[in-house]
Design a protein around this ligand. Structure first.
Ligand code: SF4
Ligand code: SF4
Length: 367
C-alpha cells in the first residue's frame, strides 16, 4: 500500500481509503453484519488504514459494521471518519443535540474518539456559512474534550466555491467528489486546499459507476499501464499530489484487491501536469448524476436516480431510452408524473436540472 501524509498533520494514511457505504446490501438486509465486517478487516489486512463512514449509510448500519470490525484491531492502526450536519443533529441544533449525535457514532464505532469528523454534505457557500454558524463551535468543544481529532468538511461544491470554503481557514481537510469526468471543474479547489496544508479525501472516484460502465469511453486512462479501466480511474485520482486519500466503496474482497492494485506503483504528480496530459482526451462532464440518491423521496414516487442515470447515458452519447427500458425496466411515461414541486432539485448534490430532464425524457422517450 502507498501512504501519504494527511495535510499538515503527522497522520500517515493509506492512499486508498475504504468507503464504508457499500457493504453488501443483501447481507445488510439479512443482518449478516459479521460477514460485512470481514470486508473492513480484509481492507485493513491489505494496508488500508482510513475508513470513511456516516450515519444512515447501509440502512444506518455502516457505523455498526465498521465498529464491529475495527474494534478487533489496535486503535492506533486505523483512522476513522464519520459525519454530521444540521439535518442529522436535528432538534434546535443545541450543544446537547450535537453531542448526542456524536456519542451515537462513537458508541456504534466502539471508539473513544474519531480521527476525522465531517461537517457533512455542504452543497453551497450559503449552506456552508449557515452550518458553520450553527455547529462549528460544537465541533471545537468536542475537539477540546478529546472526542474528535480533526474537524473537516465534505462538499459537492465546484472549484471556485471550494476555494472560498478553504479560505475560511476553519478545517483541517475536506472530502469532495473528484474523478476523470469532473476534475477540470474542481481542480482549483484541491490546489487551494493543498496550498493551505489541508488533507483532501476524494469520494466518487469512479463517477458513480459511469466509468466502469462505459469502459470504451474511458480506455484512454489505461494507456501505458496494465490496469483495468476502474483501476486506472482510481490511479488517475490517487496520483494527484494534492489528493491524500481516494475512497473506494468496497463490497467484496476482490474490490479491495482491485483498489490496492490501482496504487501499487503510484507516481504522484501535480494536478496541473495531469490536467495538461488529459486536457484533450476523453469527455469532460460536470453535469452527471452520481447516483447518490439524496433526491429519492419524491412525492410522486418517481425513481429520480434511475431516470437521471438514464440521462447520463445521453450525455455520454448513448441512448437513454435503452437504459430505462432494458436496464431499469421503468416506463419513460412515469417521468411525466412530475408535479414540478422542486423538492428533488433542492436536495440534488450535483445541482442538476432534474425537472427539465424529466420533461425531456417524457417527451422524447415516451413517444
Ligand atoms: S420536482 Fe418532480 S421529480 Fe422532483 S420531487 Fe417534485 S415531483 Fe418528484
Ligand atoms: S439526481 Fe442529484 S441527488 Fe439525485 S441521485 Fe443524481 S446526483 Fe444524487
Amino acid at each position: 500500500m502507498y501512504y501519504k501524509h494527511y495535510g499538515n498533520t503527522n497522520m500517515k494514511v493509506s492512499a486508498i481509503g475504504m468507503g464504508c457505504m457499500r457493504y453488501d446490501a443483501e447481507d445488510v438486509k439479512a443482518e449478516n453484519l459479521e460477514k460485512c465486517a470481514e470486508i473492513a478487516l480484509y481492507a485493513h489486512e491489505k494496508g488500508i488504514n482510513y475508513f470513511d463512514t456516516a450515519p444512515f449509510y447501509c440502512e444506518d448500519k455502516s457505523e455498526i459494521i465498521t465498529g464491529m470490525a475495527l474494534s478487533q484491531l489496535p486503535r492506533d492502526s486505523y483512522f476513522i471518519s464519520s459525519k454530521t450536519n444540521m439535518g442529522t443533529v436535528g432538534g434546535d441544533h443545541t450543544a446537547e443535540d450535537f453531542r448526542r449525535r456524536l456519542e451515537t457514532s462513537l458508541s456504534r464505532l466502539k471508539v473513544d474518539y474519531l480521527d476525522f469528523y465531517h461537517l457533512w454534505c455542504v452543497l453551497s457557500m450559503d449552506s456552508f456559512s449557515k452550518q458553520c454558524d450553527a455547529l462549528y463551535r460544537f465541533f471545537e468543544d468536542a475537539k477540546a474534550d478529546g472526542l474528535i481529532r480533526n474537524i473537516v468538511f465534505s462538499s459537492h461544491m465546484q472549484g471556485t466555491e471550494l476555494e472560498d470554503a478553504v479560505e475560511q481557514d476553519l478545517f483541517k481537510g475536506m472530502l469532495i467528489g473528484y474523478n476523470a469526468l469532473n476534475y477540470r471543474f474542481r481542480q482549483s479547489g484541491i490546489e487551494a486546499a493543498h496550498k493551505k496544508g489541508m488533507g483532501v479525501v476524494v469520494m466518487n472516484p469512479l463517477g458513480g459507476g459511469l466509468i466502469p460502465n462505459n469502459p470504451e469511453t474511458f480506455r484512454y486512462l489505461t494507456e501505458g499501464t496494465d490496469l483495468t479501466v476502474p483501476q486506472a480511474a482510481l490511479n488517475f485520482v490517487a496520483s494527484h499530489k494534492e489528493i491524500t486519500i481516494t475512497l473506494a466503496g468496497c463490497t467484496t474482497k476482490e474490490h479491495i484487491d482491485d483498489a490496492c492494485r490501482a496504487v501499487e506503483n503510484l507516481k504522484e504528480r501535480p494536478a496541473r501536469e495531469i490536467y495538461e496530459e488529459y486536457e484533450h482526451k476523453g469527455v469532460a462532464l460536470n453535469n452527471l448524476c452520481t447516483g447518490c440518491a439524496y433526491c429519492k423521496h419524491c412525492p410522486k414516487n418517481i425513481d429520480i436516480p434511475k431516470f437521471m442515470d438514464a440521462y447520463n447515458e445521453k450525455l455520454l452519447g448513448n441512448k437513454m431510452e435503452n437504459r430505462l427500458k432494458n436496464h431499469w425496466h421503468i416506463p419513460a411515461s412515469q417521468a411525466a408524473e412530475c408535479i414540478k414541486c422542486g423538492k428533488c432539485e433542492r436536495l440534488c448534490t450535483q445541482h442538476l436540472p432534474i425537472i427539465e430532464r424529466l420533461d425531456e425524457i417524457a417527451t422524447t422517450c415516451a413517444s
